[in-house]
Design a protein around this ligand. Structure first.
Ligand SMILES: NC(=O)c1ccc[n+]([C@@H]2O[C@H](COP(=O)([O-])OP(=O)(O)OC[C@H]3O[C@@H](n4cnc5c(N)ncnc54)[C@H](O)[C@@H]3O)[C@@H](O)[C@H]2O)c1
Length: 240
């Protein structure tokens, strides 16, 4: 498979390494310094584009790739408030978009297990839910896309909760999320069910970025030949 890498930072470099390990070819690499060289002609040299840039550039990049008729896998976070608009745009282009706030298989198992735990805990009002995420200091968005997806999984299974917030005094129906920034942490997420006499603490800790990169390459292999908008629930067959 010929892959174009859009965003050649920490994740772009890991994607390159994972893709080469799986026998794919990297036909171009673009970052902020050479983005003006990305013409439609160059774009079309790729069978698929893998995009890891920033919350502010992801949407424009996704639209540009879809307009060129090339499938795109994006791992950029912090733009999901416009997911409906981008989904509609993808359909108007008859394009292919795969997005995930987290490509690691472990995190997606964690999401599903969290959903199930939330369903069980929802029967016992004495347990309240909170989320903590820890990331490296260069991360631009807070809370992380993964923490937001985790909160959405809890809300989908726990009727007491309808949304999340970063306030220290949440409404009863809001899940508080605490975002901590400290050096060199690729991503740690903890879901806690706190009761008066005990607590359940459920953590996913990424040791490095390889799991995210490998998942993104797997998603790129998987979307070839498909049309529409997909995420990890489709890839891992987790859709409820
Ligand atoms: N989905 C996942 O599994 C996952 C995992 C890790 C990180 N992320 C997300 O991926 C994104 C990138 O993370 P990172 O750690 O690689 O960041 P990074 O800062 O190391 O790299 C970002 C890259 O994007 C490039 N860039 C910026 N603007 C651009 C533009 N307009 N066109 C092309 N390239 C541009 C920069 O030059 C840089 O190379 C972030 O949003 C992060 O939250 C997602």
């Amino acid at each position: 498979m010929k892959i174009g890498i859009l965003g050649y930072g920490k994740m772009g470099r890991e994607v390159e390494s994972a893709a080469l390990d799986k026998g794919h070819e990297i036909v171009w690499k673009i970052d902020a310094s050479n983005k003006d060289t990305l013409t439609p002609e160059l774009l079309k040299k790729a069978d698929v584009v893998i995009e890891f840039t920033t919350p502010h550039t992801a949407e424009e990049n996704i639209k540009m790739v879809l307009k060129a008729g090339i499938p795109i896998v994006t791992g950029s976070t912090g733009w999901y408030e416009n997911l409906d608009e981008i989904t509609a745009f993808c359909h108007t282009q008859n394009g292919t978009l795969f997005y995930a706030s987290n490509f690691s298989i472990g995190v997606n198992l964690f999401f599903e297990a969290s959903r199930y735990l939330s369903e069980l805990a929802s029967k016992y009002a004495e347990y309240t839910v909170d989320i903590e995420e820890i990331h490296h200091t260069q991360k631009l968005d807070a809370p992380s896309g993964t923490a937001i997806t985790l909160a959405q999984k809890v809300c989908s299974a726990h009727p007491h909760y309808t949304s999340w917030c970063m306030d220290t005094s949440p409404r009863p129906d809001e899940i508080p999320i605490r975002a901590i920034r400290t050096d060199a942490v690729p991503g740690t997420h903890t879901l806690t069910f706190q009761g008066p006499n005990d607590k359940l603490v459920f953590t996913h800790e990424a040791f490095n970025r390889k799991g995210f990169a490998s998942g993104a390459v797997t998603a790129a292999e998987w979307i070839i030949g498909k049309k529409g908008v997909y995420n990890m629930d489709d890839l891992l067959n987790l859709k409820k």
